[in-house]
Design a binder for this molecule. Structure first.
Ligand SMILES: Cc1ncc(COP(=O)(O)O)c(C=O)c1O
Length: 443
């Protein structure tokens, strides 16, 4: 049997229905990525581009980490797969014990999934089931936030706040409501780090409590820093206030840290960076440096203990996935953690934060830049839309940057940056210099 050369350009592109992609446009002018090393991707034209997005916010330790590759290879030799339904393999337990040491107490228990979407749906289900276990079965409403992105499972889409992701899929989950988003470009444009105005927007949760009754609400889920909704930072004091309202009303606070977990903000997670601890935290992406799909939902001792105290000694949570705690994923995750620890990657975005923010905010001088949001290794640059052609300028600038060696995503007219945490000062400068040139060239 021969191994296929995956780098050959395919003859037909018809069968593969690509996710979140205008398939017809892509297939008319396809772009193939064929290799990755460190901070860089190589496309099928042998063009080298810096990966300013860490894949999709996931290759936090950079590409082609031989330590991770080797760990996966060795695990394959030993145990390719064993399920975790009333069975177990040691690595999942060892990894869970080690993983929780890095995250704020009391989030000391993890439920493994295979993606961010599964982590979110798992977290929502745990929240509702927790209240039932505590004898409060009426608490089943879920609250999300406008502009929120929580993956594409039905639960995640229901609590999500992006109209394009919601509008094609019918009525979604019942009993879901949303608080207001916190993007305020009038008061907070060009904030250095967290915006000063808007903590009071957390009181919108109190409005929903007053509307629905605290005894009907299970949980509120927010991204501490919203990503796919265009990168929205939490105003100073906002998350603290959300926490207070949740605690007061016996509502679980879920932080969706699928993009902010694993070092993106210069700490293990946003909860640690901002000093606000949720009851449940969802993660994925950086957990395995994106080599093998995996996610982890962290829950507090209180939640875990409530399930473990159920009088019925049977299955405490009728939920799980065939690949929860997959041995290859655990091996990849363990090796990824080795790298995060040995290279101090969780604190790197903090060490280089001033240079990141200085470099980003310099773009304020460039034409058509209407806002910049930056913190840790996250950046967003809003460009004014061209008359009658929304997203055209964003697309042109991103395309020119790609041609000039830096690959980032544009969400409409917003350029979004989330590079691998191994990025150097010089590479940070290069990213923003490249954007600066492209913005001026694409006026
Ligand atoms: C905050 C957040 N939650 C959930 C998800 C979904 O993750 P996945 O695509 O792995 O299902 C994402 C993906 O970008 C995300 O940004």
């Amino acid at each position: 049997m021969t191994i296929l050369d995956h780098n050959l350009i395919p003859e037909s592109l018809d069968s593969y229905w690509m996710p979140f992609t205008p398939n017809r446009q892509f297939k008319e002018k396809p772009r193939f990525i064929v290799k990755a090393r460190g901070m860089y991707y190589f496309d099928s034209n042998d063009h080298k581009v810096m990966d300013a997005s860490a894949g999709l916010w996931c290759v936090n330790a950079g590409h082609y980490r031989t330590h991770i590759n080797e760990a996966i290879r060795q695990q394959l030799e030993e145990l390719d797969f064993a399920h975790s339904f009333n069975s177990g393999h040691p690595l999942a337990f060892q990894y869970a014990e080690r993983l929780v040491q890095h995250f704020p107490a009391p989030l000391r228990h993890v439920f493994f999934t295979n993606s961010g979407s599964e982590s979110v749906d798992t977290a929502l289900k745990i929240a509702i089931a927790y209240h039932k276990v505590c004898g409060k079965g009426s608490k089943h409403r879920l609250i999300g936030r406008e502009k929120g992105y929580h993956g594409m499972g039905f639960g995640g889409v229901s609590v999500g706040g992006l109209v394009k992701n919601r509008s094609s899929f019918g009525p979604l989950l019942p009993g879901v409501d949303h608080i207001r988003h916190t993007l305020d470009t009038k008061q907070n444009a060009f904030s250095r780090g967290l915006p000063a105005h808007g903590a009071e927007l957390a009181d919108d949760l109190q409005r929903l409590v007053d509307l629905h009754g605290a005894d009907t609400i299970a949980a509120v889920i927010v991204e501490p820093v919203a990503g796919a909704g265009g990168v929205v930072m939490p105003p100073e004091g906002y998350l603290q206030r959300l926490r207070e309202i949740c605690t007061k009303n016996d509502i679980l606070l879920i932080f969706d840290e699928v993009i902010t977990g694993f070092g993106r903000l210069g700490a293990s997670c946003a909860a640690e960076r901002f000093g606000v601890t949720p009851d449940i935290m969802t993660t994925a992406k950086g957990i395995t440096n994106a080599t093998i799909p995996m996610g982890a939902v962290f829950v507090s001792d209180t939640i875990f203990d409530a399930f473990m105290a159920m009088p019925d000694p049977g299955v405490e949570l009728n939920h799980g996935y065939t690949y929860s705690g997959h041995p290859l994923a655990c091996a990849a995750a363990m090796a990824t953690l080795d790298i995060y620890e040995s290279e101090d990657l969780f604190t790197r975005a903090r060490d280089l934060n001033d240079h990141w923010m200085d470099s980003a905010l310099k773009l304020q001088q460039a034409p058509n830049v209407t806002d910049i949001r930056c913190l840790g290794f996250i950046g967003a640059i809003d460009l004014a839309a061209r008359d009658g052609a929304p997203a055209a300028r964003g697309m042109d600038v991103a395309r020119r940057c790609y041609e000039n060696g830096v690959w980032m995503r544009n969400i409409g007219d917003t350029l979004v940056l989330s590079p691998p945490l191994i990025i150097t000062r010089e590479e940070i400068t290069q990213i923003f210099d490249t954007i600066n040139e492209a913005i001026r060239a694409c006026e």
